[in-house]
Design a protein around this ligand. Structure first.
Ligand code: HEM
Length: 112
């Protein structure tokens, strides 16, 4: 554990050059995107529409909730967050998430 949700938000905000927008993070998370793998159009494909609840990987393996309010280890390890956002944004969008998108997503998850 080398960081906190608040620190991550601040880092991504600085990189993006604008404040995080949690509502935009929620909209991004719920949306169907194009450009990625057809079987994973959305973050909700694996994490459900409620990040306070467990999700399911495509293998069927349970994914513990993303919301730090119910799963305090979330958003506390920079390497872990970067690794999974890298992998997941590529699956869903076919590209990396921008710093602004990451700021919004983390701010929303931290607000739940
Ligand atoms: C982990 C967000 C889409 C499967 C994570 C983490 C974040 C995240 C922030 C790491 C949290 C932490 O440990 O601190 C997102 C977002 C998505 C998305 C924003 C949409 C762009 C997906 C999809 C899948 C998926 C489509 C399935 C194909 C996973 C798995 C983990 C993970 C397996 C790691 C499991 C674990 O640590 O228990 N996701 N995710 N995610 N995500 Fe996603």
């Amino acid at each position: 554990q080398d960081t906190s949700p608040a620190q991550l938000i601040a880092t991504y905000e600085a990189e993006a050059g604008r404040a995080a927008d949690p509502a935009a993070g929620a909209a991004f998370f719920m949306a169907d995107h194009t450009g990625g793998k057809p079987e994973t159009p959305s973050c909700t494909s694996c994490h459900t529409r409620d990040p306070r609840s467990p999700g399911q990987a495509r293998t069927g393996k349970v994914i513990e909730p993303l919301a730090p309010s119910v799963n305090p280890v979330r958003l506390t390890e920079t390497k872990e967050v970067e690794k999974w956002l890298g992998r997941n944004c590529d699956s869903v969008l076919g590209r990396d998430c921008t710093a602004a998108e990451k700021a919004d997503i983390v701010a929303w998850l931290a607000s739940l």
